[in-house]
Design a binder for this molecule. Structure first.
Ligand code: ATP
Length: 239
């Protein structure tokens, strides 16, 4: 479902990030963890097609993203990927129902009210359909953001630091929502996090594999001159 090999990314004028080869075992979800600056967001951006693959392969459900043209990558992203961003990014000008229509509209397709109704029922937000984001609780906004990410039946569901600025109760709630939704929808979940609460909760699950990203820099990364080579590496966790 998800694998990479020889994968590297170099930011202009910055360090090169190198990811150790990895293949996600079938039926597993993925926790991507590592300290700040270890390359989690970069890998998510590569996975979501926001950054082009410069070196190596990145395979999702049999498609090597490195081989796609920019236009094909756009289409692939719309059809296969759901993203729950760190700050949710619900559109304040729109109601919940209108927010759920956005993914289809962005892809040049008509809204899918039947799918929206199905997801609102599954996530228990039917009664919120006509509210705007500022009228939602934190937990409700999470469920709306998750529903929006699932609207187009993604094969891959990405969540970037889903617990950022959440208390313990909301953190566990969000993890349960993500895992339940991924099971129900039959998609693979990738969570990037360096939150100990998330790592502990997911570490206890048989169905979650883990990749640990580590920065390697003898002099300390902050002391590295701009443009120098920094190698990062990952380990497949055992579950
Ligand atoms: N646009 C950029 N230009 C140059 N270097 C960048 C850029 N974005 C990230 N980097 C560098 O790439 C490395 C990996 O960054 P990345 O954001 O992927 O890490 P992260 O693990 O997601 O960190 P955090 O947990 O703090 O979000 C860091 O050394 C960072 O400074």
């Amino acid at each position: 479902m998800l694998s990479w090999g020889g994968l590297r990314h170099r930011y202009a004028g910055g360090a090169e990030i190198e990811y150790r080869d990895f293949a996600l075992p079938a039926g597993r979800h993925l926790l991507l963890r590592g300290a700040s600056g270890s390359g989690k967001s970069t890998l998510l951006a590569l996975l979501s097609g926001l950054l082009r693959v410069q070196r190596g392969e990145l395979n999702v459900a049999g498609t090597d993203l490195a081989a796609l043209s920019p236009r094909a990558l756009d289409a692939w992203r719309g059809a296969n990927l759901g993203v729950v961003p760190q700050r949710l990014h619900l559109s304040e000008a729109l109601t919940v129902a209108e927010n759920l229509a956005l993914p289809a509209l962005a892809a040049g397709q008509g809204a899918d009210p039947a799918r929206a109704a199905e997801l609102m029922a599954a996530l228990d937000i039917v009664e919120l359909a006509h509210r705007r984001p500022h009228q939602l609780s934190v937990g409700q906004a999470q469920r709306v953001a998750l529903a929006r990410a699932l609207m187009r039946r993604p094969r891959l569901l990405l969540a970037d630091e889903p617990s950022a600025s959440l208390d313990d109760e909301h953190t566990l709630h969000m993890l349960a929502l993500l895992l339940d939704a991924a099971e129900r929808e039959g998609c693979t979940l990738v969570i990037a996090s360096h939150d100990g609460r998330v790592i502990e909760a997911l570490g206890a699950r048989e169905d979650v594999a883990e990749v640990v990203l580590r920065g390697e820099s003898p002099a300390g990364r902050s002391a590295m001159p701009t443009g120098s080579r920094t190698t990062y590496w990952s380990d497949e966790g055992t579950t």
